[in-house]
Design a protein around this ligand. Sequence first.
Ligand code: SF4
Length: 462
Amino acid sequence: MKKIIVKVGDVSVGGEGRAVVQSMCNTSTLDIEASIKQCVELYEAGAEIIRLTTQGLKEVKALRVIKERLRDRGIKTPLVADVHFSYAVAVAAANIADKVRINPGNFAKDHNVAKREFARLISVCKKSGCSIRVGINHGSLGERVVFKYGDTPQGMTAAAVEWIEMAEENGFDQIIISLKSSNTLVMTKAYRLLYDEMIKRGTLYPLHLGVTEAGNGDEGRIKSAVALSALLKEGIGDTIRVSLTENPVNEIPVALFIADYCKRGTTGCTDSELNVLPVTDDKSSNINSRRSVIIKDYNVNSYQEFILRASCDLGPPLLDNFADDVKLNVNISSEPLHIDDILKFRDNLLQATRRKFSKPEYIACPGCGRTLFDLENVFEEVKRRTSHLVGYNIAVMGCIVNGPGEMADADYGYIGEGKNRVSIYRGREAIYRSVPQEDAIDKLLELIEEDSRNKLFRPRLG
Ligand code: SF4
């Protein structure tokens, strides 16, 4: 098996050892001082690769200045230009950044044009030493792929293989692939399919893992830990990002924990020591009511350590249907823990693994330089006002350019449209546009209630 190692600046991705940890600035790249400050904070927290929004040529110029100023300070952390759509911007960025993140399928509607532009970008990258991340997201697959496979893990894998073949035809192997989704089942399935496909083809390219739009707080951490650990413990994944709708610096300790705990060749999160017992529901003697329950004790130093360890240990068997529930005894040395906290964790874990939905499911992007409003606080407010909508899938996205595509299977969406303006979506359709931000949550609730009254929509998650 040929294993490709990709150089991103001085960092090697795809070798042995633990996954490389990365994050992304949520500053405007044009705000050079704020971006440098956040890069320094991320570097000091332990980020090994840092990505910045680079949507236009002005941002490419700003990226050059940011890179030079960081290097002057002795910070060599590789910088990645997040480009997405524009071939011209990707080419300009490839002369400055250590890696460009693109979805070549988005370069042009015509697939042959997109292929030609991808080939030209490769020729620039070969000269400049820049690597490429081909980022395929659930929800933003091209029409051609969706027509053949649907918006499915199979479609995500097929799209990735197509661009791998294209890179190979052009004699370029410095590519990293990501297949992100906010749905932990879709995400793990897609990466496993691609990994198997690469084994069949005889060449393993490095994989960038992430649960996109994972949200914030315990929920975001648990969702990420569940899916990333499931893959890392199988040896799948070479670099990871934990996307949180919070200050990106908060992502780093979480990602470092997961990467260290699930390092290849360690036993940190193997299933072997889990005690799985069949339990029959007392209320019924029906054989179908038997469930497999994992019973586990934790003696840990902090609540944060508990949720991350337990998510890495217990998430994969729940996700893969080897167990149905968990029963935990937890002792935290530094702080008292109430039984309600353990039950809350259990609910979050069952929801992250999509076994039981006890509250609304939220899809919230981490925000980036394209976000023009206070995403963190708005998301908290949306959660507070919609907490009664169990079974609904609600998205809060930072921008209109990528938000509607990336919210994938959300039922309703609150999408930032510009400065203090918001669009409200039902599925893929914008129902209200340019709503002033102060009225937007009311409008969202109004739409959901009206749809429910008119029986236009029923919650699907349960
Ligand atoms: S949806 Fe828009 S604002 Fe949110 S992370 Fe993606 S590009 Fe940035």
